[in-house]
Design a protein around this ligand. Structure first.
Ligand SMILES: Nc1ncnc2c1ncn2[C@@H]1O[C@H](COP(=O)(O)OP(=O)(O)OP(=O)(O)O)[C@@H](O)[C@H]1O
Length: 313
């Protein structure tokens, strides 16, 4: 990545007073203009990580720089560069949309800028609702208000904590379109999600966190290539002790004590090697009772990573 990191996390740890280690040393660099999805099961440490970066939770160790500002030594500088969209709107029910969003900007010590507030409200289709009280808005509109508040002070990085949890399909699509627009305007986006689909759809890079540990960080396209892999499993009539020489041109694996031949191939390739393999098996007199193919999805990768992690712990 050419761009310098807008967020740099090194050796970040958190142990709560209860003794629970919520973050093992975490290292993560996020480039300007990226959409980064942080995936993880409940209790993995996503909120802890975001809360530390946003200055809500104190880290136990490590260093976090937000666009060059240290979150501890230059708390205000760092916080000003961050917009946080929480999961739920808790206050301001009696305020108007415009007043709430204008007030949010003031909290960050920024001079009033009605033109910016108007731009944000228009981009979120909230301008027509600017004089409505928040309590009169629909759930989807309320979510937009949360985003408007987070954008009111022109942050460099926008954190979205489960932006589409519990929203309907239409609003989810709208949110995705909106996130892309923001990215096009140069905002770096970090979102947490339980939905694999959301990470697949949105992210440039995906990180998987499990039990406080960042167990995978990868470009989405690289992950998608892994998704393009299929596995063919052949259940043999007679078990083999070893793979015969005649099958050496395929990268096969003998499994289930010789009862299975497994072949991983690129499902998107012009020539998968499957038909020729089956012909060769017939030539060699190797019979099979059954065969099946499976495709790994990001979900499988995610589940197996988290599972392995669980076993290792
Ligand atoms: N204030 C706290 N004191 C003690 N333990 C805490 C505190 N906050 C969180 N934890 C624990 O730290 C671990 C990580 O929690 P965290 O909220 O960061 O997970 P998460 O990945 O955001 O989960 P979810 O998807 O459910 O929001 C959990 O085991 C949680 O119980």
């Amino acid at each position: 990545m050419a761009a310098p990191p807008v967020l740099s996390i090194t050796g970040l740890t958190k142990t709560y007073a209860s003794g629970l280690q919520a973050l093992k040393p975490v290292d993560l660099q996020i480039s300007k203009g990226e959409i980064f999805a942080l995936l993880g099961p409940n209790g993995a440490g996503k909120t802890t990580l975001i809360s530390i970066v946003c200055g809500i939770v104190t880290p136990s160790g490590g260093k976090v720089l937000v666009d060059g500002c240290d979150i501890i030594e230059d708390y205000r500088g760092a916080r000003q560069k961050i917009g946080l969209v929480p999961q739920e709107l808790t206050t301001d029910a009696f305020e108007t949309v415009l007043a709430t969003v204008t007030f949010s900007r003031g909290l960050f010590g920024k001079a009033p800028n009605p033109a910016h507030i108007e731009k944000v409200l228009r981009s979120l289709s909230l301008w027509d609702k600017r004089n409505s009280k928040i309590m009169t808005l629909s759930g989807g509109m309320k979510r937009r208000v949360l985003i408007a508040k987070a954008l009111s002070h022109e942050p460099e990085i926008l954190f979205l904590d489960e932006p589409t949890a519990g929203v309907d399909v239409e609003l989810r699509r709208d949110m995705w379109a909106l996130v892309r627009e923001l990215r096009d305007q140069g905002v770096t986006i970090i979102l947490t999600t339980h939905y694999i689909e959301e990470a697949e759809e949105m992210a440039d890079r995906v990180g998987v966190i499990s039990k406080g540990e960042l167990i995978l960080v990868e470009d989405k396209t690289t992950l998608m290539q892994k998704l393009g892999k299929k596995q063919l499993t052949l259940n043999l009539q007679e078990p083999l002790e070893a793979l015969p020489e005649g099958l050496s041109e395929w990268p096969l694996e003998l499994a289930a004590e010789g009862h299975e031949i497994r072949y991983v191939f690129d499902a998107n390739a012009e020539r998968t090697g499957v038909p020729s393999l089956l012909r060769r098996l017939a030539d060699l007199g190797i019979g099979f009772k059954d065969l099946n193919t499976t495709q790994s999805s990001l979900e499988d990768i995610f589940v197996s990573l988290v599972h392995e992690e669980g076993r290792a712990a």
